[in-house]
Ligand binder design. Structure first.
Ligand code: FE2
Length: 362
């Protein structure tokens, strides 16, 4: 099995390239409940970039901005706006993972590199993925420091805890006709297996359509790739590609075991979610059968439900995190169901298109 050739232990972190990491750290802390656990910047002797490691449950984000005008991170910010520039996976052997990916056609970005400090040795390497996204391999079994050499531990007071536990899935948007190329990249070079396929019939509204493939690694790391399909008007994927100036990461689904508590907390902290039409809840009880949360509560908080033969899931989506209609978060609570809310795609996309029309992009 390929996942034995390129074993992935799990998501190590996602690195966001942002215009102002200091202020972003406040946003993810106060609105989403992340804690700043490590830092690297001028005070630690780093002159070019400033990075904040933000953690909640098993989720680890790194927010990085550049202090030098022509730094590649500033070029990324200028082109894409704030975006996720690095998708980092933990592996048992960086050199083996990197060599294997390259042998399968991946393009190298950072050759296997070793960094030491008093906490041990951290190894990493990276290959290119869709758009300007790097896939980084991180080997940290021999490293016990706060994040990586050069970082110092911090224990900032986090915002109110939203109870977000782990990354459930990562979704990338690529150009029309490119989905299969990148699905193949994750299959061949990274050992993922194709788990589901949604065609444009499943995911379409009156106006727009998209196609999506779901990939999973042995470690349960899930990556979905979307591409736009023909519709009467511009699809949400095309809107993303236009404003992001190319492919990139569209959303990160964050898993919680108590979505009601999470959403109450997040809303109180000022997080904005996609509004769901009340009509969505009218016939909900007829088809979802028993769920732990009363339908009135779901309607009040704008939470969506989907069900498959294994169980159900509850989910909802934030509005874009920045000014550009690009990156957003999903909050998800699973009860057996291993799907992604296909039953909600239609109502969700209608809601998305309403927002898209407000932005003058439909
Ligand atoms: Fe999702």
């Amino acid at each position: 099995m390929m996942s034995d050739v390129c074993p992935i232990i799990g998501v190590d972190h996602l690195e966001f390239f942002v215009g102002n990491a200091k202020q972003s750290a406040q946003f993810y802390s106060r609105c989403f409940g992340f804690q700043n656990t490590a830092y690297r910047g001028l005070e630690t002797g780093e002159r070019k970039t400033s990075s904040y490691v933000m953690e909640q449950g098993e989720i680890r984000f790194v927010l990085t901005s550049a202090m030098v005008g022509d730094h590649p991170i500033n070029k990324s910010v200028m082109k894409h706006g704030d975006t996720i520039g690095v998708m980092a996976f933990q592996v048992p052997d960086v050199t083996a993972a990197y060599r294997y990916a390259i042998s399968q056609g991946a393009v190298g970005a950072i050759p296997p590199t070793e960094q030491d400090d008093e906490h041990g040795t951290l190894r990493y390497a990276a290959v290119r993925s869709f758009g300007d996204v790097l896939v980084k391999f991180v080997e940290r079994q021999a490293y016990s420091g706060p994040f990586a050499p050069g970082f110092v531990a911090r224990a900032s007071v986090p915002g109110p805890n939203a109870g977000l536990k782990r990354i459930d899935h990562i979704v990338g948007n690529v150009e029309r006709g490119m989905m299969d190329r990148w699905v193949e990249f994750f299959q061949k070079a990274m050992g993922f297996e194709l788990r589901m396929h949604f065609d444009e019939q499943t995911i379409s509204t009156e106006y727009s359509a998209l196609m999506s493939k779901v990939l999973q690694n042995g470690s349960k790391t899930i990556v979905n790739i979307n591409e736009p399909a023909d519709g009467l008007r511009k699809s949400q994927i095309e809107e993303f590609l236009d404003f992001h100036y190319g492919p990139g990461i569209q959303h990160i689904a964050l898993e919680t075991t108590d979505i009601v508590q999470a959403v109450v907390q997040l809303r109180q902290a000022g997080v904005e979610f996609l509004p769901i039409p009340k009509t969505y809840y009218e016939n909900l009880e007829d088809w979802v059968r028993e769920i732990d949360v009363p339908v009135e509560k779901l309607a009040e908080l704008g939470i969506l439900v989907d069900r498959d033969e294994d169980g159900y899931l509850l989910q909802l989506f934030t509005k874009p995190l920045g000014d550009r209609p690009t990156l957003f978060f999903e909050v998800i609570e699973r009860h057996g169901c291993r799907g992604f809310g296909a039953g909600n795609f239609k109502s969700l996309f209608v809601a998305l298109e309403r927002e898209q029309a407000l932005r003058g992009n439909l």
